[in-house]
Design a binder for this molecule. Structure first.
Ligand SMILES: CC(C)(COP(=O)(O)OP(=O)(O)OC[C@H]1O[C@@H](n2cnc3c(N)ncnc32)[C@H](O)[C@@H]1OP(=O)(O)O)[C@@H](O)C(=O)NCCC(=O)NCCS
Length: 172
């Protein structure tokens, strides 16, 4: 368990399927997430995700708990080959938990853990430019804006936007 003031992080458990399925099945949550985060998000999607991440040792995906309740998720995806030592970084929160500083703290907790305890040298996050709250979450977690892929992404309604690349190094 990784503990902060507003939230704590713990690895996923098999019993999280119902909470994950309920909170993730929200068009506003999935809107600016990678297309593999589907909408509608079904219980089968939740089961498949949890089956995958609970096999990882050490764990890379964490449940965000607020007063003990499942509130969302934050994860790293460590890479190998020529990008060994780096990881992609992502997070989401159930809609009723937005606007309370929870994602900012959860992102900082996981980034600190990944860059110290896990020995990664670089974390990288991709943000759709209209997602201002997410860009701010990353800034609060110590990431810096490194680049802007112009017209880099298209959302599920066909709206094209720039893709921002944020990074944080262990040495930052
Ligand atoms: C993005 C998300 C994680 C933010 O969670 P949150 O707990 O509300 O975030 P926080 O409260 O920690 O921080 C949000 C910050 O963005 C600011 N903000 C909110 N809306 C904003 C906007 N439209 N533009 C700019 N800043 C905005 C808030 O004021 C706050 O900053 P502050 O603490 O300096 O006041 C949440 O909205 C979410 O889960 N969205 C759907 C999934 C998603 O987009 N994930 C990220 C993919 S890259």
């Amino acid at each position: 368990m990784i503990c902060g003031e507003r939230c704590s992080l713990r690895p996923y458990e098999a019993g999280d399927v119902a909470d994950l399925g309920r909170l993730a099945n929200d068009k506003l949550v999935t809107r600016w997430m990678t297309a593999t985060f589907r909408y509608p998000y079904t219980l089968a999607d939740a089961e498949a995700w949890i089956a995958r991440v609970t096999r990882e040792d050490p764990p890379n995906a964490f449940v965000i708990l607020v007063h003990g309740a499942f509130a969302g998720s934050v994860a790293i995806v460590p890479r190998d080959g020529e990008v060994l030592g780096t990881a992609e970084f992502g997070y989401w929160l159930g809609r009723q938990f937005w606007g309370r500083g929870i994602a900012g703290e959860a992102a900082r907790l996981l980034a600190d853990y990944a860059l110290t305890d896990r020995g990664l040298r670089r974390l990288e996050a991709y943000v759709w430019e209209p997602n201002g709250a997410s860009a701010r979450v990353l800034e609060k977690a110590g990431f810096v804006l490194e680049g802007r892929l112009r017209d880099g992404v298209v959302d599920r309604e066909g709206l094209v936007s720039n893709l921002l690349i944020y990074g944080r190094l262990a040495t930052d």
